[in-house]
Design a protein around this ligand. Structure first.
Ligand SMILES: NC(=O)C1=CN([C@@H]2O[C@H](COP(=O)(O)OP(=O)(O)OC[C@H]3O[C@@H](n4cnc5c(N)ncnc54)[C@H](OP(=O)(O)O)[C@@H]3O)[C@@H](O)[C@H]2O)C=CC1
Ligand SMILES: O=C(O)[C@@H]1CCC=N1
Length: 277
């Protein structure tokens, strides 16, 4: 792809994951700008990745082709209103904020025909194993589609969603999803230790088992259900463990958890989608 200049506004957790993934995938550090109020975060990014850092958002976006808004949803409206006077037709705006809708972003930017993409990445982008869903407004050109997709594809899977309403479900599944797997990892490790394994042994076994299961599911033509059944010998150990999960309604808990996350995204959109300027 052509080397474009990408400006991140907000240099926190998600920006760091995307920047690390992009640079490991041959994006040039000098074409990556990061602007943040927190100079310590900027210093860390500059020393680790050699990106150009700014404390002035307008300076960071001045010659950028793509501007990625990586601030918290609560900070999004004021950041967009701040950069709006400097907006130019040929720039692409990408928001990764949970919940906040394309219409609200567009209203705050107040620029006729502004090309805007809403994206929901996740932190494994840092190791090029991210999963991102994207959703574009009608002003995004085919070249900008390709640009947004190729940036996110450089850090993992990138899928377009045509119905923006599905972005809340995406946020609940893959945006927040790494945290669910980290929780499972913690729980596996702790349970292993409680059964007498040394901490490092439990950690490594839990990690490799998680990695192996995900890799196997990714590389197999079989469904997760079939792969699970192949581990489960009738009358064996796995069956006993799975019975405990089913009795505890693990599936129901996941449904409740994802529903709660999607509802929170919708709530953020309702609360923060109001104009306050
Ligand atoms: N973390 C994740 O896994 C994911 C997050 N997201 C979305 O990404 C966005 C960022 O999340 P995350 O990285 O976790 O949040 P962080 O709080 O880690 O990062 C946001 C950064 O923006 C800085 N900031 C605040 N105000 C401004 C401003 N006016 N101009 C420039 N920078 C500013 C913050 O500084 P300070 O701390 O000083 O306020 C902070 O360093 C959120 O909208 C979230 O919904 C999406 C997918 C996954
Ligand atoms: O927890 C959050 O709100 C953000 C969005 C998805 C992952 N982290």
């Amino acid at each position: 792809m052509k080397q474009c200049t990408i400006a991140f506004i907000g240099g926190g957790n998600m920006a760091r994951s995307l920047i690390g993934g992009l640079i490991s995938n041959q994006f040039t550090a000098e074409n990556i700008h990061v602007s943040d109020a927190n100079t310590e975060a900027l210093d860390n990014l500059a020393s680790r990745y050699n990106v150009k850092t700014f404390t002035d958002n307008l300076a960071a976006i001045a010659d950028a082709d793509v501007v990625i808004l990586a601030v918290k949803p609560q900070q999004l409206q004021s950041v967009i209103r701040q950069i709006a006077p400097a907006w130019q037709q040929d720039k692409l705006l990408i928001s990764i904020a949970a919940g906040i809708r394309l219409d609200d972003i567009s209203r705050w930017l107040d620029f006729d025909g502004a090309a805007i993409v809403r994206a929901m990445p996740n932190t494994p982008s840092l190791v090029q194993a991210g999963a991102t869903a994207l959703c574009a407004n009608n002003y995004v050109t085919s070249e900008q589609h390709e640009l947004a997709e190729s940036m996110l594809r450089a850090v993992g899977l990138a899928l377009w969603i045509s119905d923006e309403k599905q972005m809340d479900a995406v946020t609940a599944l893959s945006g927040s999803g790494p945290a669910y797997f980290f929780l499972v990892l913690e729980a596996l490790q702790t349970a292993g230790m409680e059964l007498g394994l040394p901490e490092e042994t439990a950690r490594l076994l839990a990690l490799e088992t998680s990695f192996g299961a995900a890799k196997m599911a990714l590389e197999s033509d079989e469904s997760a259900c079939v792969l699970r059944q192949r581990v489960t010998s009738p009358g064996g150990t796995t069956e006993r463990a799975l019975d405990v999960f089913e009795q505890g309604d693990l599936r129901g808990l996941f449904k409740q958890a994802l529903t709660a996350a999607a509802q929170r995204a919708d709530e953020l959109a309702e609360q923060l989608g109001q104009d306050y300027d």
